[in-house]
Design a binder for this molecule. Structure first.
Ligand SMILES: [Zn+2]
Ligand SMILES: [Zn+2]
Length: 282
């Protein structure tokens, strides 16, 4: 039942059907993304990142806490839109009253632009997404130092010497390793063009063809494949993981429609998050 794919350096595991349930785990980041369903293996994640409060993305948080309680796991850290912290905390308090152990979490309220260190040079930054309820996307970035071009030709020994003398030779840069955006209008890409260059971009693509019009997709604040095709040449990701497909498509249809409709350049980057995605392009 669990889908497993490899996207760049990351393993992505979980389930995702638009409106039904979405829950992903990326072990390399010690993270889970949304929790519409709680597979037992998700209990090992240190952090959970919630995109928004809709039940298909958060409904199984109590189940996850139950499993973690059983396994005596350390407290879960949950990043979420600041607007939903109070109801989430209250919901878990109610659950605690029916359980024999504490179900609470360490809530980390997030808002667009807010950045939190995850250790070393890794950071997570929240970005604004566009949905009828408070919602966020998450960008995982490494802050790195880049040697200025004028120093490129110097031998390593001299660079080390100059560095010792405290010379200012580096520019700071960010490298986005993974980004997650779901339940949003396609405008998220226009407002955050940095998503196009994330090494791995996990993006919703709820509707795929004429079975649903762009207007209908937009009315529900979701992305239609037509809108990604309009922007096809902008994607520069090593892997573009598409997920949150509507249940009006079978996993097989997802694969065949993508093959049929995407230009080769874009298709080469896409990994559909369906069981068949494992052997993609196959
Ligand atoms: Zn959803
Ligand atoms: Zn939603």
């Amino acid at each position: 039942m669990i889908t497993r794919i490899k996207a760049g350096p990351f393993r992505v595991r979980g389930v995702s059907v638009g409106g039904v349930y979405t829950a992903l785990q990326v072990p390399e980041l010690d993270a889970a993304f949304d929790i519409g369903l709680a597979p037992r293996s998700f209990a090992s994640a240190r952090d959970l990142f919630l995109s928004h409060g809709h039940v298909d993305h958060t409904g199984a948080l109590a189940t996850l806490q139950g499993i973690r309680g059983l396994m005596k796991m350390p407290r879960l850290r949950v990043f979420m839109p600041e607007e939903i912290v109070d109801p989430m905390v209250a919901m878990l308090d109610l659950r605690t009253s029916m359980q024999r152990y504490d179900m609470s979490v360490d809530a980390v309220p997030m808002s667009p632009g807010k950045e939190v260190s995850l250790g070393g040079n890794l950071y997570v930054r929240a970005i604004k997404t566009f949905h009828p309820v408070p919602s966020l996307g998450y960008v995982f970035l490494r802050k790195i130092e880049k040697l200025r071009p004028e120093y490129h030709k110097l031998p390593g020994r001299e660079i080390a010497e100059l560095r010792k003398q405290g010379a200012d030779m580096f520019d700071s840069a960010e490298r986005i390793e993974l980004a997650y955006a779901t339940d949003t209008l396609v405008g998220v890409l226009d407002h955050h063009p940095e998503l196009y260059s994330a090494q791995v971009l996990i993006l919703e693509c709820t509707f795929l063809d004429g079975k649903k019009s762009i207007a209908a997709a937009r009315a529900g604040c979701h992305i239609h494949l037509d809108e990604l095709l309009e922007r096809a040449e902008k994607f520069d990701n090593d892997a573009l993981v598409l997920m949150h497909f509507s249940q009006i498509y079978s996993p097989r249809e997802v694969v065949s429609v993508l093959r049929e409709r995407c230009p080769p350049e874009l298709l080469a980057r896409i990994i559909p998050f369906v069981p068949e995605g494992r052997s993609w392009p196959g």
